[in-house]
Ligand binder design. Structure first.
Ligand SMILES: [Zn+2]
Ligand SMILES: [Zn+2]
Ligand SMILES: [Zn+2]
Ligand SMILES: [Zn+2]
Ligand SMILES: [Zn+2]
Ligand SMILES: [Zn+2]
Ligand SMILES: [Zn+2]
Length: 1754
């Protein structure tokens, strides 16, 4: 039990340190039995080094192991000091030209889409950047760990296999050279010895299964009695379960438990207890008991400590081997040799075999160590790679079976190495021919899916959990098959043919088990009770899709193979459906004198299956026969005569009929599983080997049989035979008015059948079916997708089928068919169809879903209308069929077809008597159109000797024969042309008639029937006129209707809230277009406007009326009226901070009176500018609060705002707010007394104020000590002489109404509460300071934004900003009236003392540590509290002016002290001016006062320049401040952008243009003040270089610089490891865009406690870096994250775009991403404007799911 109390660090055994590696190695060199010698050494020392306590000490262990264990081996191997030996080896080595860098988790990898043999061939970043592929089309992904760089592997790349680095000496290594030639015999022998012993030792100990006994040769004499309770990882139990169990079982804290669980998850095992056997056993039983309630208990073993010690060293040894072979390819070869050498037990006894075969028994950590070793040894050696591949293939079945039953992820299994071996084309080929790999993989796969139905087909229904689990895992075998097939052979040997065909046989066996699986029967009456299982079958189909395609590609590359495969496939299909008649009695069908025999089969009554992979493979091979022309070259070798077309078409036809019936609603009772199956059948992921091939199979069948027969069989399968074979059946059918449903059903079925015929004739874009190539096929797909709407690149990619290399072939053709439109600031780039491609549009394109079809139809008609064309969408001209399919076109002119067309047209003509539909007619018209196009084509391409056999025009001109004598199709069309109920189809019918005439003309080359034709045209002409008029009338109606709708819309838009919502949701855009002019006061004609001081421009009083958004009542803003308020949001801010490491430590004690110039903790106020009555707002807020309480009780839902913290949404614009600002008139006017006396100058004023302050301080002291000796007091009172006119007992009356006073307090308290993060306390003396501070900070932040954007200071500002600044300034100026007078006076005194020192304030900051603008605002706004007691006649304006001048001078001194002019070596431009000599003189004075500590005097020109530049921000802020304070309009000059306006600002602010004049005018007092400032200790320290100070102008803060190429960010993040868990890779590395810190986000390891809650690294970071607000980039996801507080957050679109103008959130597509500067600026702007929180609010309101995310854990 005492073990846990043992000292953590034990003294290191002396004997260990005394070991000499050299001596030991020397002993080994002499040894006769080296193995015994080494083993004894290990047996003795390993347990002394490893596992000496409950916790591992990796550093100490590694150090000792190197010294005692590995050191001797290195000496032995080198035969000398390894410090010299290894470099020698390295030098002699001819480095391999393979890179082989093993990827870390999260590292970026690159694959070239142009040159990589397959997508698994990847490069590391370094190689990629040095390769030719960086200029190709490439894909970037982040590695999941494992795998290595393929640079240098000539088999992996079609071109450019070497990067610059690995290209070196490739010419020399033309032929394979034995790397051993570079090593001496001795080294070889010794290496061999030591490798053999150590490798064997490692394998032996790692695969050792006994728990308390060591292998005999390692057993020790004296053995300690310590054990470990070892916990192993599994994938069944969750983190939480493990943590909970451990706390119970070993009595540890939660933190320790988390530590254990993390290690178990990472390394696969961790000891959780150390001690005697009993002690460990006890913990084991608790863990097992606690976890056995789930499927299986956690695996725990009690192991003797020496076993664990040896195992730990075994792992160390393997890594050591891995690093030693890095020195020389020769050493590597020896290791490979040792590893693959067969042991004494024969087959499978080599060390490599032994490791592989016990893979699933090893823990995660051990597996990854030896996998890494395999990768850096066996897979890096070309010779042994082959041998290893053979071993791997021989063990394949066993390894896969182990993997399937193991529960670890694939990446931790040795089976996963298949990707490294099988994707090497030469190895794959060798393994196929020599090891029969294809058959092995397929058979292994089949062995794991033994559950079959009565017909031997797979059955997934009622799978147990275990079977389902196995099924999931066994799917990786399909991936292996894919790897093997991925590169097609260029040359075939007879062995390859034989083995491939053997594999093909196995594959057919597999497909046979799928043919007809999951059959379904139509449910009638009852709805099905349980949705049948369907997903497993489709998963299988989907996984196999590419394999099936690749099998066909392989067959296509060799004629012999193709012929054999075709025969085999046909044979298997015959086996499946040999007796397809199923013993049914044949029935005979006949129409139009044709008759055919078929079976009686109804899809709606019997079993039918969607899975027909054998038929579909045969269809694919059949097309290949045509494409490769084997069908014409070797017809005698093909079993064409054995083909039975009816048998071929039967099952695909059933499947298509099933789809039609489902669409007709006949299978509704079969539930969703069927709907899903039909969906996937057509889906882009499956259709290539499902739906598409069924169409091909029908085309194959039709091309080999009489089309009349085919059509009759089809009618019968569609269950429509009766309708078309019985004359007038339709009429009877409808007049019976049977079931409306049935009519509808039949109509749909007829439509579907016609659609199918259109597809059979029209779909000839697969190479081999039609005379086209693959490019044509892709082009056509794209054209049809873009016919629906313009699409982004990724959308388009998703709609196209991908091949096994994930390519769609789109890029090569897209330019030919589409234009690219670049994206703007939002949205993405779009492809638009080129207009000339519209003629290739086919309304009945077979890959359209129904919704897409109708959208495309609408879009195309609209386009035609826009181009003022008729709206007919005739079938496009098609490419000719290949000869094998050529006879297919005859279906169009077959008798049965004509009969069907005629019948339907007849129904349309007699439109009231029959059940028919417009869609039906539309399809018939399309078919007729197709036939006409076909005939035209035939006529155009006819050669002399050929007779055109396609005579559709003739056939449709003929009237029906007796006895019916129905009119000809042509006649019926002419009739229909004028049918009023067919308006939509009129253009199409006219197109048909026109084309008919054209074709007829072509046929009858001599003009035989001109009459008929003119007739036609006349008819056409007149009808066209009529049409025009009609269309005009319709257009008019449409226009009127549109206008009406528009009117309604604008009525709706007038609705108050909606309108404003739109208007105000626009964020703080400082844009002229959206903003109002700043000044609403009347223009004062006087051009010399002055904002402050006794000569301040007097603005006539203006009455202001505002409307409450809640009650809509209008009210004037007056001092004594009810308060009006603006919704406002106060937040802490670090946006302007120059020191992010600084934050308020203890808010209760923090003194905010002086703002440091680093502006580190500001309080920002913003407002949406919406005005309410204070009482209306109060009522609104109360109701929000009440509603929220109810809601929380009921639903426990969160909202985007925190009511408990006073947050609410503006009732108008839903902008996040947390308080309100009262609306006030310029407050100074109320207190400004008349100027009735001479005003003092600065010196006099300072004296007066100093006296007043002295008096106040005296009185204050007296008040605070009332009980003191009264005599003393009275004495003092005598001493005190009150300055003239000063009445400290006077207390002015507060002019504001109660309601305004209340709001002043409300906002003041809110600013205090938020700014300091404390509980509200309206009495706190810091409340007024916070109000002034927020005013100053907000003005500064707006000044920054304007300067950064080069906007003029008083240019047009959005109303909300203008309103906010005005209200905030006036509020801050009025706040003193609700605060304690003496408190405000106290603040004033202290602030004043910082510039004009007096005795009672000593610990004040020096002028370098005061932000002068904050000081100015504080002084000016506190001053009335003093001035109100002064009746000597000094006006408020005078005080303002003097304060301003004083602070300005202090700022100039600040700037001069901190200026560093030496670095700008610019030359003086102008001759010396007045300002320059003045500033030089001032500088000299300074130099004197600082005891020459100030730097040598630079030129006056430079000084003046830096003063001007440094003071500009201050002047601008001051101008804004006084403008809003006093309401003086801004001079028009400053309202326009352009020059710096320095002079204008000075005039407006009542400053001399030569600022230095201020000093000269007041030299009397200023000299003494400057002296006192310079004598400060801190100033001295600064000048002596002991501390730093802020320089001016302060630069604007920017978000960090992001690299142009996103992958360098990924690379940066992949090198980042979690700071808390010792070198572990972080799973979600996240970059702070404000300060550039990388954080380990969303992970247990980096959670910290903040205010009593566990928060993730990001949230914790926001508190120090952004005072609660954060902007991050999640690097793995390529996603921007906004955080505010603990509960708010949203994702924002990243500033990285691919070449197609799209972002890739989640990095799913892997296109190269580049920085979009504009988008990044937009994010920066949000930050500068303090709009991040608001943005989150809007995002959360728009998307409620964001509210539920645990943002604080990120
Ligand atoms: Zn590389
Ligand atoms: Zn390379
Ligand atoms: Zn390339
Ligand atoms: Zn109101
Ligand atoms: Zn609002
Ligand atoms: Zn940061
Ligand atoms: Zn971490």
């Amino acid at each position: 039990m005492a073990s846990e109390l043992e000292p953590e660090v034990q003294a290191i055994d002396r004997s260990l340190l005394e070991c000499s590696a050299e001596e030991i190695a020397g002993k080994w060199l002499q040894a006769t039995d080296l193995t015994r010698e080494v083993y004894q050494h290990l047996a003795h020392y390993v347990p002394k080094i490893y596992c000496r306590g409950p916790n591992p000490f990796p550093q100490k262990e590694d150090m000792l192991a190197q010294h005692v264990l590995l050191g001797p081996m290195e000496w032995y191997l080198c035969g000398e000091d390894p410090a010299f030996g290894f470099p020698k080896l390295e030098q002699a080595n001819k480095p391999s030209h393979l890179c082989g860098r093993v990827f870390k988790v999260g590292e970026p990898t690159y694959s070239c889409r142009d040159c990589a043999v397959d997508p698994t061939c990847v490069l590391c970043m370094e190689c990629f950047l040095g390769s030719i592929h960086r200029d190709h089309r490439y894909r970037m992904t982040t590695s999941g760990g494992g795998g290595f760089c393929d640079c240098g592997d000539t088999e992996a790349w079609k071109e450019g296999p070497y990067c610059q680095k690995h290209e070196l000496n490739t010419s020399e290594i033309e032929e394979e050279e034995d790397p051993l030639v570079h090593l001496s015999e001795d080294v070889i022998a010794r290496t061999y010895n030591i490798f053999a012993i150590m490798f064997r030792y490692a394998v032996e100990i790692l695969t050792w299964e006994k728990e308390s006994e060591l292998p005999a040769d390692l057993e020790m004499v004296e053995k300690s009695d310590t054990y470990y309770c070892m916990l192993f990882n599994d994938e069944v139990h969750t983190y939480e379960q493990v943590i909970y169990t451990l706390q119970k079982a070993v009595n540890c804290t939660q933190k320790e438990a988390i530590g254990f669980a993390t290690t178990v998850d990472r390394d696969g095992r961790r000891s959780v207890r150390y001690g005697d056997f009993q002690y460990c056993e006890q913990a084991k039983s608790v863990i097992v008991r606690n976890t056995s309630r789930q499927t299986k208990p956690l695996k725990v073993q009690v192991m003797h400590s020496s076993i664990v010690a040896h195992q730990n060293f075994g792992l160390k040894l393997l890594s050591w081997l891995g690093s030693i072979i890095g020195y020389s390819d020769g050493l590597r070869r020896i290791l490979c040799q040792v590893g693959l050498q067969e042991g004494p037990d024969g087959e499978n006894s080599s060390l490599v075999d032994r490791l592989m075969l016990s893979d699933s028994k090893l823990w995660k950590g051990a597996r990854s160590v030896y996998h890494q070793l395999f990768m850096s040894s066996l897979l890096m050696d070309l010779k042994y790679k082959k041998l290893f591949a053979v071993r791997f293939a021989k063990n394949y079945e066993r390894l896969q079976s182990d993997y399937v039953t193991d529960d670890h992820d694939r990446e931790f299994s040795v089976a996963d190495l298949s990707v490294q071996i099988f994707t090497v084309p030469s190895l794959a080929r060798m393994l196929i021919t020599e090891e029969n790999l294809m058959s092995i993989i397929i058979k292994t796969f089949m062995d794991h899916l033994r559950h079959r139905d009565a017909h031997g087909r797979f059955q997934f229904e009622r799978y147990t959990a275990l079977q389902a689990f196995k099924f999931r895992r066994v799917q990786s075998l399909i991936l292996d098959l894919k790897y093997v097939l991925i590169s097609k052979p260029t040359e075939w040997s007879d062995e390859l043919r034989q083995k491939f065909l053997e594999g093909f046989d196995a594959f057919l066996e597999l497909l046979k088990c799928m043919q007809g699986m999951d059959p379904i029967t139509r449910q009638v009456g009852q709805h099905i009770e349980m949705e049948p299982e369907w997903e497993a079958a489709f998963t299988l189909q989907m996984k196999l899709t590419h394999v099936i395609s690749m099998m066909q590609d392989w067959c296509a590359s060799d004629e012999k193979v193709l012929i054999e495969a075709y025969k085999k496939c046909l044979a298997v299909l015959m086996q499946c459906h040999g007796g397809y008649t199923d013993g049914e009695q044949p029935i005979t069908l006949s129409i139009c004198g044709h008759s055919v025999e078929t079976i009686r089969y109804c899809v709606s009554q019997e079993k039918v299956s969607i899975h027909l992979p054998v038929s579909r493979l045969l269809a694919g091979l059949h097309v290949l026969l045509s494409k490769s022309e084997v069908a014409y070259k070797f017809p005698e070798l093909l079993p064409l005569s054995e083909l039975s077309p009816p048998m071929l078409i039967e099952h695909p036809l059933r499947c298509l009929v099933l789809c039609a019936q489902v669409h007709a609603g006949m299978w509704r009772r079969n539930g969703f599983s069927l709907v899903n199956q039909i969906y996937y059948y057509h889906n882009v992921k499956c259709r290539r080997e499902m739906f598409d091939k069924d169409i091909v199979m029908l085309q194959t069948g039709v091309s080999m049989m009489d089309p009349n027969h085919f059509l009759m069989i089809m009618l019968s399968r569609f269950e429509l035979y009766q309708i078309f074979s019985t004359p007038d059946y339709g009429k009877r059918f409808s007049s019976e008015i049977t079931h409306k449903d049935v009519v509808q059903q039949n109509n749909t079925l007829i439509e579907e059948m016609l659609y199918l015929i259109i597809m059979l004739v029209g779909e000839r874009f697969s190479p081999g079916v039609g005379q086209v190539n693959a490019t044509d096929e892709t082009k056509r797909e794209i054209i049809h997708q873009l016919s629906i709407k313009p699409m982004a690149h990724s959308e388009l990619v998703k709609s196209l089928p991908e091949d096994e290399n994930k390519e769609t072939g789109m890029e090569s053709v897209i330019e030919a068919v589409a234009h690219f439109k670049k994206p703007g600031l939002t949205g993405r780039g779009m492809y638009e169809l080129k207009p000339e491609c519209a003629k290739e549009f086919n309304l009945y394109f077979y890959h359209f879903s129904r919704a897409e079809q109708s959208k495309a139809e609408e879009a195309q008609r609209k386009l035609k209308r826009q181009n003022r064309e008729d709206t007919a969408l005739p079938p496009p001209v098609l490419p000719p069929f290949c000869p094998l399919f050529a006879s297919l076109v005859n279906i169009l002119q077959s008798d049965v077809m004509l009969c069907i067309m005629g019948t339907i047209l007849q129904w349309a003509v007699e439109h009231n008597g029959y059940a028919w539909s417009e869609s039906m007619l539309q399809r018939v018209l399309h078919l007729i159109g197709m036939a006409l196009q076909e005939e035209k084509q035939h006529l155009e391409n006819v050669t002399e000797e050929h007779v055109v056999t396609f005579t559709f025009t003739q056939k449709i001109s003929k009237p029906g024969e007796a006895p019916k004598n129905s009119p000809s199709i042509l006649a019926m069309l002419e009739t229909l042309q004028n049918a009023p109920y067919l308006e939509v189809h009129k253009d199409m019918i006219r197109w048909i008639l026109k084309t008919f005439n054209a074709v007829k003309k072509m046929r009858e080359s001599s003009p035989t029937s001109p009459v008929a034709e003119t007739e036609g045209t006349i008819m056409e002409e007149s009808s066209r006129d009529k049409d025009k008029a009609e269309r005009k009338r319709k257009a008019e109606i449409a226009r009127l209707r549109r206008e009406k709708i528009m009117a309604q819309m604008s009525e709706m838009q007038r609705h108050f809230i909606d309108e404003n919502k739109e208007l105000f949701q626009q964020t703080l855009e400082l844009d002229a277009s959206t903003s109002a002019v700043l000044d609403n006061s009347p223009v004062v004609s006087d051009m010399t406007l002055t904002a402050l001081g006794p000569t301040q421009t007097q603005v006539p009083e203006q009455r202001q009326f505002v409307t409450c958004i809640l009650c809509q009542e209008e009210q004037e803003v007056k001092v004594e009226s009810r308060a009006m308020v603006l919704a406002a949001f106060v937040q802490r801010s670090t946006v302007l901070s120059k020191n992010r490491s600084k934050f308020i430590q203890d808010p209760e004690k923090y003194d905010p009176l002086f703002m440091h110039p680093d502006l580190s903790c500001g309080t920002h106020t913003s407002s949406c500018g919406h005005i309410m009555h204070a009482h209306c707002w109060q009522r609104y807020f109360d109701s929000v609060q009440a509603k929220e309480q109810r809601r929380q009780q009921r639903l426990r839902l969160h909202t985007s705002y925190d009511v408990e913290n006073g947050e609410f949404l503006c009732p108008l614009c839903e902008c996040l707010s947390n308080t309100v600002i009262p609306l006030l008139l310029p407050p100074r006017n109320i207190f400004n007394k008349l100027n009735f006396s001479e005003q003092p100058n600065l010196t006099q004023w300072i004296r007066t104020i100093s006296q007043q302050i002295k008096a106040l301080q005296f009185l204050r002291k007296e008040e605070s000590t009332p009980n003191n000796a009264s005599t003393k007091n009275s004495e003092n009172t005598d001493e005190l002489q009150l300055p003239e006119g000063f009445r400290p007992d006077f207390h002015p009356k507060n002019p504001y109404s109660e309601s305004i006073k209340e709001m002043l307090t409300t906002f003041g308290t809110a600013t205090y509460k938020v700014g300091l993060k404390v509980h509200p306390n309206e009495e706190d003396p810091r409340v007024p300071i916070m109000c002034w501070g927020s005013c100053a900070y907000t003005i500064q932040s707006i000044e920054r934004i304007l300067s950064d954007e080069d906007k003029p200071l008083f240019g047009p500002l959005p109303c909300r900003l203008d309103d906010c600044l005005r209200s905030l300034t006036r509020f801050a100026a009025a706040h003193w009236t609700v605060a304690s007078l003496s408190v405000v006076q106290g603040h004033f005194c202290k602030l004043f003392a910082s510039l004009v020192p007096n005795d009672s304030h000593e610990e004040l900051p020096c002028i370098l540590d005061i932000d002068m603008f904050h000081l100015l605002v504080g002084l000016v706004l506190a001053f009335p509290a003093l001035q109100c007691q002064d009746f000597s006649g000094i006006s408020l304006g005078t005080g303002d002016l003097h304060i301003f001048h004083l602070v300005t001078m202090a700022h100039i001194i600040q700037i001069l002290l901190t200026s560093c002019t030496e670095e700008n070596g610019m030359d003086q431009e102008n001759p010396t001016c007045e300002e320059e000599s003045a500033v030089l003189a001032l500088y000299k004075t300074l130099h004197q006062y600082t005891g020459s500590a100030l730097k040598e005097i630079p030129s006056g020109w430079h000084l003046w320049r830096s003063v001007r530049a440094g003071i500009m921000p201050f002047l601008k802020c001051s101008a804004l401040f006084f403008h809003y304070l006093n309401g003086v309009p801004s001079p028009p000059d400053i309202q326009v952008p352009g020059t710096s306006h320095f002079e204008h600002l000075c005039n407006y602010l009542s400053l001399p243009n030569n600022l230095i004049c201020l000093f000269q005018e007041n030299s009397e007092i200023m000299n003494s003040l400057i002296e006192s400032w310079c004598h400060n200790r801190e100033v001295k320290r600064y000048l002596e270089g002991e501390r730093d100070a802020i320089r001016y102008p302060r630069e604007s803060n920017k978000l960090i610089n992001l690299p142009e190429d996103y992958s360098s960010l990924i690379n940066q993040a992949s090198n980042f490891s979690c700071p808390k868990s010792g070198g572990d890779k972080s799973r979600a590395p996240t970059l702070c865009l404000v300060c550039g810190s990388l954080l380990c986000s969303q992970s247990y390891c980096c959670q910290t406690e903040l205010e009593g809650e566990d928060v993730g690294a990001c949230t914790a970071h926001t508190y120090s870096c952004g005072s609660g607000v954060g902007i991050f980039l999640r690097v793995r996801e390529c996603q921007v994250l906004f955080l505010a507080g603990k509960t708010k957050g949203c994702f924002y679109s990243p500033p990285y775009l691919d070449d197609y103008g799209e972002t890739d959130q989640g990095l799913r597509r892997g296109n190269p991403l580049h920085l979009c500067k504009e988008r990044f600026k937009k994010i920066q702007k949000l930050w500068h404007q303090h709009s991040v929180t608001e943005e989150i609010g809007h995002a959360q309101e728009a998307n409620q799911t964001l509210v539920g995310i645990d943002w604080q854990h990120l």
